[in-house]
Write a protein that binds this ligand. Structure first.
Ligand code: SF4
Ligand code: SF4
Length: 128
């Protein structure tokens, strides 16, 4: 007991080594790979992010223009951000919030159809 007393006294009066989370939160590091976010207006639903994701946590449905992420499976590697041809994925400087239920993040975009090419034969038919 005599051996431990100085350590006990030191621990009682020195500054705590841990933070009072969530009251006191640490600022993320400058180049931290935080939570994944999408600017769905720029997404063309090509599915490159879903194909490259090592955790298979992205689902892209081109027919319904829906992009879905399972945030609890995401390991924040950033491969999808690099793979996206439209630069519409970003990793924000915020860490994933604690949660009690597993939920999916789903974003709905616009279904874009390519304008149909008009063949010269069609134009002739219209003119006739
Ligand atoms: S950051 Fe990595 S794990 Fe998360 S969705 Fe993108 S590719 Fe998948
Ligand atoms: S790679 Fe980019 S553009 Fe393609 S589906 Fe994913 S987020 Fe959308």
């Amino acid at each position: 007991m005599m051996f431990m007393t100085p350590h006990i006294l030191k621990n009682l009066f020195q500054k705590s080594a841990t933070r009072m989370y969530p009251l006191e939160q640490r600022e993320p590091f400058e180049r931290a790979r935080g939570e994944l976010a999408i600017t769905v207006e720029d997404c063309i639903f090509c599915g490159a992010c879903a194909r490259k994701c090592p955790s298979q946590c992205i689902t892209v449905d081109k027919k319904t223009a829906t992009w879905t992420l399972d945030p609890m499976a995401c390991i924040c590697c950033g491969i999808c951000v690099t793979a996206c041809p439209k630069n519409c994925l970003q990793q924000e400087l915020v860490y994933r919030r604690p949660c009690t239920e597993r939920e999916q993040i789903s974003r709905q975009g616009e279904i874009r159809r390519r304008p149909r090419k008009v063949k010269p034969a069609d134009e002739e038919k219209k003119a006739a």
